[in-house]
Design a protein around this ligand. Structure first.
Ligand SMILES: Cc1cc2nc3c(=O)[nH]c(=O)nc-3n(C[C@H](O)[C@H](O)[C@H](O)COP(=O)(O)O)c2cc1C
Length: 303
């Protein structure tokens, strides 16, 4: 009887090519000329046993420095630049629900709004009025005017500032209990002041599944999913867009908090969510478009 030869565990897997500097740089999203700095950083860490290990953040932060990001648009090219789609184009032509005239924002002082703002994870078991949802969306993420920009006459100016005004955050709404709105998933389209229908039906279970240890999401009358559309900014800011886009998302989130406070709504940002589940729910590819934060809201509990 013959025995099979033992597998050589030291051998390279069949078909594995030698990893060259070009391969390594490409896989890490670096340039070959970045590798010496990476090796230097790695050597320093290796030479200091017991010292802090090299973290992914060190690599990212080093890579996204302005001095290294050489794929930003040359300012001269802006003279002939055209803006990209400002809203998810894939949803064009789908049925949409026009938003009603929003509730007017109450004239509370900025000091009051900042002072009263807080996060709330319990909500009254009553529907969120669509006029309040419209006021939240319009007040935090709506278009407040148009002016010349990027070689068009009517470039939209939003209520939330963003790097270059490029507004990379798309707001999707899961309506669980909103007056006058069928349960389902919608995409807020500020240009037409409407909610485009993405999916219909009861999404409470799916939203709760997307949250991590956030069962309270099941009871939220509405859950906003804030998704980043990287193509909208990368043509101008290159890889550094990853930093800017998250700042833009934070700015919009604070707008949501302050406008919700003004409207007397309860809300809470949620970073603890499962990326794949959330992206699948919104039908985003998770690469060029991906969910980066949730914001649950409703009428405050106990009132
Ligand atoms: C970016 C961000 C992510 C957050 N993620 C969560 C979360 O996943 N779950 C949660 O219960 N609260 C979350 N919160 C709410 C914070 O816990 C809350 O803001 C913090 O405790 C301070 O309380 P305050 O908002 O009432 O001042 C988040 C807040 C922010 C700004």
């Amino acid at each position: 009887m013959t025995t099979a030869p033992e597998a050589d565990t030291t051998a390279e897997p069949a078909g594995a090519a030698e990893v060259t500097d070009e391969h390594l740089a490409r896989a890490l999203g670096l340039r070959v000329c970045d590798l010496p700095a990476l090796r230097d950083l790695t050597a320093k860490v290796a030479a200091a046993p017991g010292g802090p290990p090299l973290r992914l953040r060190d690599l990212l932060h080093r890579r996204l420095r302005s001095a290294v990001c050489d794929d930003m648009l040359d300012p001269r090219a802006l003279l002939s630049a055209r803006p990209r789609e400002a809203e998810p184009a894939a949803l064009d032509g789908r049925p949409a629900v026009p938003l009603p005239e929003p509730e007017p924002l109450p004239g509370i002082t900025l000091a009051d709004a900042v002072e009263r703002r807080s996060s709330a994870t319990t909500y009254a078991p009553r529907p969120l009025p669509l006029t309040a949802l419209a006021a939240l969306l319009e007040g935090a993420a709506g278009i407040r005017g148009r002016r010349p920009g990027y070689n068009v006459r009517d470039f939209p100016v939003r209520r939330a500032p963003s790097a270059g005004g490029l507004a990379p955050v798309d707001v999707y709404v899961v309506a669980n209990d909103v007056t006058g709105l069928d349960r389902g998933l919608y995409c807020y389209r500020p240009g037409g002041r409407e909610l485009t229908v993405v999916d219909s039906g009861n999404m409470r279970g799916k939203v709760t599944e997307a949250g991590i240890a956030a069962d309270w999401l099941f009871h939220a009358p509405a859950v906003l999913f804030l998704a980043l559309n990287m193509g909208r900014v990368e043509w101008k800011y290159g890889v550094r867009s990853y930093r800017y886009a998250h700042v833009d998302l934070g700015v919009l989130t604070q707008n949501l908090y302050l406008v919700a406070t003004g409207l007397g709504l309860a809300g809470c940002a949620v970073a603890a969510f499962d990326d794949d589940t959330a992206n699948d729910l919104l039908r985003l590819d998770g690469r060029d478009e991906f969910v980066s934060l949730l914001f649950a809201c409703g009428l405050p509990a106990g009132r």
